[in-house]
Design a protein around this ligand. Structure first.
Ligand SMILES: NC(=O)c1ccc[n+]([C@@H]2O[C@H](COP(=O)([O-])OP(=O)(O)OC[C@H]3O[C@@H](n4cnc5c(N)ncnc54)[C@H](OP(=O)(O)O)[C@@H]3O)[C@@H](O)[C@H]2O)c1
Length: 199
């Protein structure tokens, strides 16, 4: 059976990734903190294969995508037993947005290593966090090339699952290595906002 996706956070990034997944025929369950009723308009726009659910229900999918604000990470822990679950971390560690864009102090850790603490036992793969959503929402096919999505993670099997899905929705994947290596994907680092096309 085809992999199912649960998305926690139904804003700019959650909706953008949901749209790509739905276009490729994946079943997507999308959620926010206010409940599925508040997402009626969102799912009507995203199409039939996207349904609105609670965050708890979204956490039951085969692959769970984190697309919520950094300050809300602590709400994830009680949603499910995260052991062995493949989790795509699309978050960035902003504690404030425009105009100051303040980042959380991570004590030298990669932000996804901090995220890992909130989803104990999950196989966390960092992805979809480097591109502004208006770039991410574009057709991933650019001329003869494909837009690159960077991934990092410690579990090889989880990375294969995530890579396959990202390639299925039309992007090229560049694997950067371990979760510790994902620092280079974070805001103000070398790969932030890099819109790379693989020919
Ligand atoms: N915007 C970008 O271009 C971009 C690019 C890369 C990465 N990111 C990162 O992706 C994440 C989301 O950014 P965004 O721009 O999509 O933010 P956004 O548009 O503000 O959307 C955030 C979503 O999360 C939901 N949410 C808030 N608290 C929640 C909780 N406790 N449980 C479940 N859902 C919750 C919000 O809905 P309710 O408030 O109604 O619950 C909203 O649907 C952030 O970590 C951001 O740094 C953003």
């Amino acid at each position: 059976m085809k992999t199912t996706f649960g998305i926690i956070g139904a804003g700019n990034i959650g909706k953008t990734v949901a749209r790509h997944l739905a276009k490729a025929g994946y079943a997507v369950a999308i959620s926010n903190s206010k409940g599925p009723e508040s997402l009626a308009g969102v799912v009507a726009d995203l199409g039939e294969s996207v349904k609105a659910v609670t965050a708890q229900e979204a956490a039951q999918a085969d692959i769970v995508i984190l697309a919520l604000p950094w300050a809300q990470l602590s709400t994830l822990t009680g949603l499910t037993d995260w052991s062995g679950k493949v989790v795509i971390d699309a978050t960035n560690h902003f504690v404030t947005y425009a105009p100051d864009f303040k980042l959380a102090d991570l004590n030298g850790r990669a932000s996804s290593e901090v995220v890992q603490d909130f989803v104990p036992g999950a196989y966390v793969v960092k992805a979809f966090n480097t591109l502004y959503f208006k770039v991410l929402e574009l057709d991933p096919q650019e001329g003869n090339g494909k837009r690159v999505i960077f991934i990092s993670g410690d579990n090889a099997g989880a990375k294969v699952e995530v890579k396959n899905a990202i390639e299925t929705i039309g992007f090229a994947v560049v694997d950067l290595g371990t979760l510790a290596a994902s620092k280079i994907q974070q805001p103000n680092e070398a790969l932030a906002s890099l819109n790379l096309i693989k020919l």
